[in-house]
Design a protein around this ligand. Structure first.
Ligand SMILES: Cc1ncc(COP(=O)(O)O)c(C=O)c1O
Length: 424
C-alpha cells in the first residue's frame, strides 16, 4: 500500500522527511483498527494509552450521542450541568479527593496541578518555589508539564524557557532485580536531601513511568516518598494520566500503592478514551486556601471547553462500565503473566515487568538506549505484518491493550512479538 503523507496535515511526534506513509483507518471494532487497505490490526497500545473499553463501543457511542442531542457545550464559569456534577461526585468518591477542576488533556491537567500547588503556598502567605520531579518523568508537552518532565530531545529547543526543577532518581525495577533495595535507598536519600529546601510539591507518575520507558517502581518506595514529602510539608501530585482508570490493575495506581496524594491529574482513560478531557482532583484542604474576599486568592485559570458535557457524559458512561466489570482490569495482570513469562526466556528480552494491563521489557540490542534506538521501529514493522500495532519506545517493547481484548487477540500480540524477536 502506498499512501503519501497528507499535504495539509502536521502529525505529532513525526519527522515528515523520513516517516512511512500513514495508513487510513476507517473504523474500529473492540481491540481492532479497520484499515482502508489491509487486514484489521490489533491496537495493542490502546491508541496512545487512551482506549479503555475498545473502539466504537456501542454503550459509549450511545452515551455521547444522547448527550449531544440535549446539550453539547455551555460556559462553565456561569452555569453547571448534571453530567459534570455527577462526574465530580463519582470521581471524588473513588479518588478520595473532594474537588474537581476541568481542563482538556493530560498536559493541562498537570499544568493545573502545578499552578494550584504553587498558588496554594502563595495564598497562605508562605511562598515556596522548589518543585521536585523524578528522572525519566514525562508529564506532557505544554511548558509547565515539559519543565517537570525529563529534559531531552523533545524539550531541548525550549530549555531556556523551562522553570528549574529538582530531580530525584527513579529506582525502576523488574522481575528478579536484585539491586532494587540499593537503588531505592539511594533515591530516598537524595529526596531527603532535596527536601531540605522548602518545597512546594513533589510530582510523580505512581508505580509506572509511561513515556520514560514503561519503567516500574515498587509500592513500598512510593510510600516512603509520600512519608518524606508529607514530613517536609510539601504537596504530593500524582500524575495518573496514564495509570488511572484500571490501567494498573486497580482504579488508580496511588490506590494500589497505598499513597494519598493531595492533587491528582487524570485524562486518557477518563472518557474511556473517546473524547479529550482532563481533570485535576484536589483535596478540600488545598481548595480551602483559594477561598476568600481577596481576588488574588482566586485560581485564575480556565479553558473554553471546561466540563464539556459530551466529555462528561463519556466519562460517566466509562465509569459505569468499569464499575459493572471491575474484574476486567483487576484480572488483567493474570492474563499477561504466563505469556510474558514465556517471552522472558527469549535471549532478546531483558528486564521483563508487569503492572495491571501493562507488560513491558527491554530488547537486548546494540545502540544507545532511548527513544531513537532503531530496534523499536523494526519490531513495530514486523509486528504490523502480523496484524498487531505496537509502538515501542526505543528499545522498550510493551503491550497496553484495551480491556476488551480477547484471549486469542492477546495471544496473537505475544506471537507477533516473538516473531519480531526471532527476526531481529
Ligand atoms: C503520565 C502522563 N502525563 C501527562 C501526559 C500528557 O497527556 P496529553 O498527551 O493528553 O497532553 C501523558 C501522555 O502520554 C502521560 O503519559
Amino acid at each position: 500500500m502506498v499512501l503519501q503523507r497528507h499535504p495539509n496535515l502536521w502529525p505529532p511526534f513525526t519527522q515528515m522527511a523520513s516517516a512511512a506513509a500513514a495508513q487510513r483507518v476507517t473504523a474500529g471494532d473492540g481491540a481492532l483498527l479497520l484499515r482502508e487497505e489491509g487486514a484489521p490490526l490489533i491496537d495493542a497500545i490502546s491508541s496512545w494509552w487512551v482506549t479503555l473499553h475498545g473502539h466504537a463501543n456501542p454503550v459509549m457511542a450511545e452515551a455521547i450521542a444522547d448527550q449531544a442531542r440535549r446539550l453539547e457545550q455551555v460556559i462553565f464559569a456561569d452555569f453547571t450541568h448534571e453530567p459534570a456534577e455527577q462526574l465530580a461526585v463519582r470521581l471524588s468518591g473513588i479518588t478520595g479527593l473532594q474537588r474537581l477542576f476541568f481542563s482538556d488533556n493530560g498536559s493541562t491537567a498537570v499544568e493545573v496541578a502545578i499552578k494550584i500547588a504553587c498558588q496554594w503556598w502563595a495564598n497562605r502567605g508562605q511562598p515556596r518555589h522548589q518543585i521536585v520531579a523524578f528522572d525519566g518523568a514525562y508529564h506532557g508537552d505544554t511548558f509547565g508539564a515539559m519543565a517537570v518532565g525529563e529534559r531531552n530531545l523533545f524539550s531541548a529547543p525550549f530549555e531556556d524557557k523551562l522553570f528549574p526543577v529538582a530531580r530525584v532518581p527513579w529506582p525502576s525495577t523488574w522481575w528478579n532485580d536484585d539491586d532494587v533495595d540499593r537503588k531505592e535507598t539511594a533515591a530516598l536519600q537524595i529526596l531527603e536531601d532535596t527536601l531540605q529546601t522548602p518545597t512546594a510539591a513533589v510530582i510523580l507518575e505512581p508505580l509506572l513511568q509511561g513515556a520514560g520507558g514503561m519503567t516500574m517502581v515498587r509500592p513500598e518506595f512510593l510510600r516512603e516518598v509520600e512519608r518524606r514529602t508529607k514530613a517536609a510539608g510539601a504537596l504530593l501530585i500524582a500524575d495518573e494520566v496514564l495509570t488511572g482508570f484500571g490501567r494498573c490493575g486497580d482504579w488508580f495506581a496511588s490506590r494500589r500503592a497505598g499513597i494519598r496524594p493531595d492533587l491528582m491529574a487524570l485524562s486518557k482513560g477518563l472518557t474511556g478514551g473517546c473524547l479529550p478531557m482532563g481533570v485535576t482532583m484536589a483535596s478540600e484542604a488545598v481548595f480551602e486556601a483559594f477561598i476568600g474576599d481577596d481576588p488574588n486568592l482566586t485560581l485564575w485559570h480556565g479553558h473554553s471547553f471546561t466540563a464539556n458535557p459530551l466529555g462528561c457524559a463519556a466519562a460517566n458512561a466509562s465509569l459505569t462500565l468499569l464499575e459493572q466489570n471491575p474484574t476486567a482490569f483487576q484480572n488483567f495482570e493474570a492474563r499477561h503473566r504466563p505469556q510474558l513469562e514465556a517471552l522472558a526466556q527469549h535471549p532478546r528480552v531483558e528486564r521483563p515487568r508487569l503492572l495491571g494491563t501493562v507488560a513491558a521489557f527491554d530488547l537486548v540490542v546494540g545502540g544507545t538506549a532511548g527513544y531513537l534506538n532503531p530496534a523499536g521501529p523494526t519490531v513495530k514493522r514486523i509486528a504490523m505484518e502480523h496484524g498487531v500495532f505496537l509502538r515501542p519506545l526505543g528499545q522498550v517493547v510493551y503491550l497496553l491493550p484495551p480491556l476488551c481484548i480477547t484471549d486469542a487477540q492477546l495471544e496473537q500480540c505475544y506471537e507477533a512479538i516473538q516473531t519480531a524477536l526471532d527476526q531481529l
